[in-house]
Design a protein around this ligand. Structure first.
Ligand code: MF3
Ligand code: CO
Length: 255
C-alpha cells in the first residue's frame, strides 16, 4: 500500500478525486431511458479526456472500457454494451477509476432511471451509502482495517441486506488496486493498524437477498445468484491525523 507522506503526491490524488467527482455531478443527463450502457461509457471516456484524466480500467486485465456499468441484479463489473439499454426504474451502478499525473481515484455511485423501482430498492441504495459512510468514519489513524469492515457489515445486516463476500475494497495510489484488501465484512479490532498517509478505496456491495454472486459468460459482469437487486458505492479516502478525507466527494458539496 502506498503511504503518501509527500504533499505533491497527495495533491495529485486529491485532484484525481475531485475531477472524477465533478464528472459524476453532470451524470444525470446520461441516466435516461433508451441510452445504452455503451453510450454511457463513451460519455465518460469523453469527460475523462476533457478533464485530463487517464482511465485506469481500460487495458486492466484486458478490460476494454473506462467504466463498469451494472444494472439491477448486476452487482459490479458490468461490461458496457450496445445491447444493454436503460429502462425506466432501472437501478444503475457506475464505477470509474482514473488517474491524474499517475495517481488514482476510484469511485462508484448508484442511480435510478426516472425513479426507484420500489421503496425497498430506494432503501437498498440508502443503506449502501450509509454503510460506506460508517466505514469511512472508522478510517482514522490507530484504528484497524477490521474496524472499517465490521462497521460496513453491521450497517448492512442490521437493515436486513446481504454483504457480498467475493469482492472487496482495496488500497489505492499509483495503481488502482494496492494492498491491503478491504473486506466488507469482518471483526473490529482485527487486521493491520491504519496510519496517517494511507489511501484506501471503500466499496460496499450489498444485495436485497442472498449475498451469493457469480461471474457471467462475458467473464466480467457479476450478478446475484438469486437475481435480487444489488447496490454498490465507492469512495477513495485518505487517512489523515484530522480524520478521513474523502477525495471523491466535492470539497464544496460534501458528496
Ligand atoms: N474500479 C473497480 C474496483 O474498484 C473495478 C475494477 S475492474 C476493471 O475494483 F477492470 F473494470 F477495471
Ligand atoms: Co475499487
Amino acid at each position: 500500500m502506498i503511504l503518501i507522506k509527500n504533499k505533491m503526491a497527495f495533491t495529485k490524488m486529491e485532484t484525481a478525486g475531485q475531477l472524477l467527482a465533478s464528472i459524476f455531478e453532470d451524470i444525470k443527463i446520461v441516466i435516461t431511458p433508451g441510452i445504452s450502457t455503451y453510450e454511457i461509457d463513451s460519455w465518460f471516456a469523453q469527460q475523462l479526456k476533457s478533464k485530463g484524466l487517464t482511465s485506469e480500467m481500460k487495458g486492466y486485465a484486458g478490460y476494454k472500457y473506462v467504466t463498469c456499468v451494472s444494472l439491477n441484479d448486476e452487482v459490479v463489473h458490468g461490461v458496457p454494451s450496445k445491447h444493454k439499454v436503460l429502462q425506466s426504474k432501472d437501478l444503475v451502478k457506475i464505477d470509474v477509476c482514473a488517474s491524474w499525473k499517475g495517481y488514482c481515484a476510484d469511485m462508484a455511485r448508484c442511480f435510478f432511471v426516472d425513479e426507484p423501482t420500489s421503496a425497498q430498492a430506494e432503501k437498498l441504495v440508502m443503506i449502501a451509502q450509509a454503510s460506506l459512510d460508517k466505514g469511512i468514519a472508522q478510517a482514522v489513524p490507530g484504528n484497524r482495517l477490521g474496524d472499517i469492515s465490521a462497521a460496513i457489515q453491521k450497517e448492512v445486516e442490521n437493515n436486513g441486506f446481504g454483504v457480498v463476500r467475493d469482492f472487496a475494497g482495496h488500497g489505492i495510489g499509483k495503481s488502482m488496486h494496492e494492498e491491503p484488501e478491504l473486506l466488507n465484512y469482518g471483526f473490529a479490532g482485527q487486521g493491520p493498524v491504519l496510519r496517517e498517509g494511507m489511501a484506501i478505496a471503500l466499496e460496499p456491495m450489498i444485495t436485497v437477498g442472498s449475498y451469493e454472486v457469480y461471474v457471467t459468460e462475458d467473464e466480467w459482469t457479476v450478478k446475484t445468484e438469486d437475481k435480487s437487486l444489488a447496490a454498490h458505492v465507492e469512495d477513495t479516502v485518505f487517512i489523515t491525523a484530522q480524520g478521513p478525507k474523502i477525495l471523491t466527494r466535492l470539497e464544496s458539496k460534501g458528496r
